[in-house]
Ligand binder design. Structure first.
Ligand SMILES: [Cu+2]
Length: 146
């Protein structure tokens, strides 16, 4: 703290230096924030859709359960699928439904309103009639092609 010869640094100059330092670090902080937010916004718009179906919940074909309307209960109807592809039923109605093949070949289980069944793999070609186990009047057809 002993004053020597040479450039004297007055209290005003020290303050200016501190200000400059603070501004510089603020700018750096801002840049870091911007980089961080840019990074996160890059990943959000592209939601990758897993290829194929099975297991994950994404089916090749999704049939909408419209409601209790006889042979108009499911859409599309008939729905066309290829052998090996998966089908899921999405319940757009306000009550639960349970599509199942007339032959018993598949049964989606109870699908709550707003929910989608697990994907079911179609293993053989043909026209498959199905209905709702709770409301047998609800009928639809699956056209499975090779
Ligand atoms: Cu039903």
């Amino acid at each position: 703290m002993v004053q020597k010869t040479g450039p004297q640094v007055g209290p005003l100059e020290v303050d200016t230096m501190r200000m400059k330092l603070t501004l510089a670090s603020l700018a750096l902080f801002g840049l870091t924030l911007m980089a961080a937010s840019c990074g996160s916004s890059y990943s959000s718009p592209t939601t990758p859709t897993p290829p194929g179906g099975g297991g994950g919940g994404t089916a090749d074909v999704t049939i909408t359960i419209v409601g209790m309307s006889g042979n108009q209960s499911f859409s599309p109807d008939p729905a066309t699928v290829r052998v090996g592809q998966t089908v899921a039923w999405r319940n757009a109605d306000s009550i639960a439904h349970n599509p199942a093949a007339n032959s018993g070949a598949f049964n989606t289980g109870l699908i709550q309103p707003g929910s989608t069944s697990s994907p079911i793999t179609m293993t053989a070609a043909g026209s498959i009639g199905y209905h709702c186990l709770i409301h047998p009047d609800m009928v639809g057809t699956l056209s499975v092609t090779q």
